[in-house]
Design a protein around this ligand. Structure first.
Ligand code: BES
Ligand code: MN
Ligand code: ZN
Length: 497
């Protein structure tokens, strides 16, 4: 974890391991870089004219023991053309700076990249992005490595970010960043844990721990019997094949008066998805331990909101199960009755997410919520449609759609809307039950959302399909912590911050 501070910083007087300074095209310095260039007798300009700093945005060069300063190092970062700097370029430069700093072994850093103006963005936005990037950069998941070959941890401890805005605004931006980083860290830790550790009970224990950390958070965990009494036949059908008992985790954050209708966040918590009897192919099946990333992001968002003390009521609902094949597992063709009373023909046991979400959404009705947002690694089809860049957004409210889209864009955790029109319910018709749980290959992400829409009824509702964004595969395999920033930004906006 890193400590953040902010305020006006004198780049020449500051004792630090590294000053991080920006330069636009050619030798167009940001103000702090200009000061350091002058104090060093033009050393920065010299590096550039010697060709040590490539022109591309995010290129960096390191200078040791710069004369005229109290810093051990200066890192100069390319911002690209001043006139063309946008969100993307800014974030790219910030990331590059953070990565280069990490490679130096600096403990304390003073970062001046917030001086770079980005059209349409306040300085507090720049500050928050810089802090989040440093905060995320120190994340490691090494709790399952034996001490012997555990990779060394980074040394970074203190980050000072130069800001001209008033102290209160700057402090608030930093506390938002710290809360988002902490929320993402919880989400990533839970998701990165293997399926034999992160079970439904493990999620329940972690939710309880969250309640222990914050006065305003309370947790209740419903067991199988209680869910049977509620008539959650869809959720329980998925759990049948596993020896791990299912849980419905209810996390309540009370930040506003009881009369304020809550915002309910529902997170898919399939702690391992083998597909069940409709078993998945073996390749990359290990990644189905990430099928609880929706749940993890809901818990992470609540941690952030509680840390910030936002004046809202937020309820997290996490239906948590494991989806395995077994003699007792549900089978294709089985018909179950959901808590809503609708009967469902399970044509494919691998379409289990919607089966647990629908019962959790019906459970949400008891709160008469203002808004319901479910978050789920729901469909491979969403990855085909949108890749790993944006989360899929589906909603029955154009107003909520706009709010979530904006929150995504502003927090750097974007989502993109796909339609959930009545036409997409057509393929879910069943000859035997009220609805089938799959609708064929076409528009698979949309028909999944159309299934959920039947359980949202008239309630203001949105669904985020995070199958492509919640984790990365390959060399850097691991949870990303998305969509914690998007959810927290939406809640900040709702709180009028
Ligand atoms: N958890 C998966 C979705 C998934 C697959 C997310 C791959 C990320 C990567 C979900 O439970 C599932 O299996 N969905 C099926 C639905 C199909 C049977 C209609 C899918 O996407 O193939
Ligand atoms: Mn599945
Ligand atoms: Zn799944």
């Amino acid at each position: 974890m890193v400590d953040f501070s902010t305020g006006r910083i004198n780049p020449l007087a500051r004792r630090t391991d590294c000053l991080v300074l920006g330069v636009y095209e050619r030798r167009r310095f940001t103000p702090a870089a200009q000061q350091v260039d002058e104090a060093t007798g033009g050393a920065l300009g010299q590096l550039i004219s010697d060709g040590d700093l490539a022109p591309a945005t995010g290129s960096t060069v390191l200078l040791h023991r710069p004369r005229g300063t109290s810093a051990r190092r200066v890192l100069l970062v390319r911002l690209g053309a001043r006139s063309g700097l946008d969100d993307r370029g800014f974030v790219q430069a910030v990331r590059a700076g953070v990565r280069a700093v990490a490679a130096t072994g600096s403990r304390a850093v003073a970062d001046f990249l917030g001086e770079a103006e980005v059209p349409g963005r306040l300085e507090t936005w720049r500050l928050r992005r810089i802090a989040e990037t440093y905060g995320d950069s120190v994340y490691r998941f090494d709790e399952c490595k034996s001490g012997q070959d555990r990779p060394p941890r980074g040394r970074l401890r203190r980050v000072a970010i130069s800001a001209a805005v008033d102290r209160a605004a700057a402090r608030r931006a930093l506390s938002e960043a710290a809360a988002i980083v902490a929320g993402k860290r919880l989400a990533r830790d839970l998701a990165n844990r293997p399926g034999n550790v992160c079970t439904p009970s493990h999620l329940a224990e972690n939710a309880a721990a969250l309640a222990g950390e914050h006065e305003a958070v309370s947790v209740e965990v419903l067991d199988e019997e209680q869910m049977r009494d509620l008539g959650m036949g869809a959720l329980l059908a998925v759990a049948r094949g596993s020896r791990e008992p299912p849980k419905l985790i209810v996390v309540e954050y009370a930040g506003a008066s009881e009369a304020d209708a809550p915002i309910v966040l529902v997170g898919k918590g399939v702690t391992f998805d083998s597909g069940g009897i409709s078993i998945k192919p073996g390749a990359a099946m290990d990644e189905m331990k990430f099928d609880m990333c929706g749940a993890a992001s809901v818990l992470g968002a609540i941690r952030a909101v509680a840390g910030l003390g936002l004046p809202l009521n937020v309820i997290g609902l996490v239906p948590a199960v494991e989806n395995l094949p077994d003699g007792n597992a549900c089978k294709p063709g089985d018909i179950v009755t959901s808590m809503s009373g609708q009967t469902i023909e399970i044509l494919n046991t691998d379409a289990e997410g919607r089966l647990i979400l629908c019962d959790a959404m019906t459970y949400a009705e008891r709160y008469d919520p203002d808004t319901v947002i479910d978050v789920a690694t729901l469909t491979g089809a969403c990855v085909v449609a949108l890749g790993h860049v944006v989360s899929g957004l589906f909603t029955n409210s154009s107003e909520l759609g706009r709010a979530l889209f904006e929150a995504g864009a502003n927090s750097g955790d974007p989502c993109w809307e796909l339609p959930v029109w009545a036409e997409y319910e057509e393929p879910l018709k069943s000859n035997f039950a009220d609805v089938a749980n799959v609708g064929g290959r076409a528009a698979g992400a949309v028909t999944a959302a159309a299934f959920l829409a039947r359980f949202a009824r008239e309630r203001r509702w949105a669904h985020l399909d995070i199958a492509g964004t919640a984790w990365q595969s390959g060399k850097d395999k691991g949870a990303t912590g998305r969509p914690v920033p998007l959810l927290v930004q939406y809640l900040l906006d709702r709180a009028g911050r």
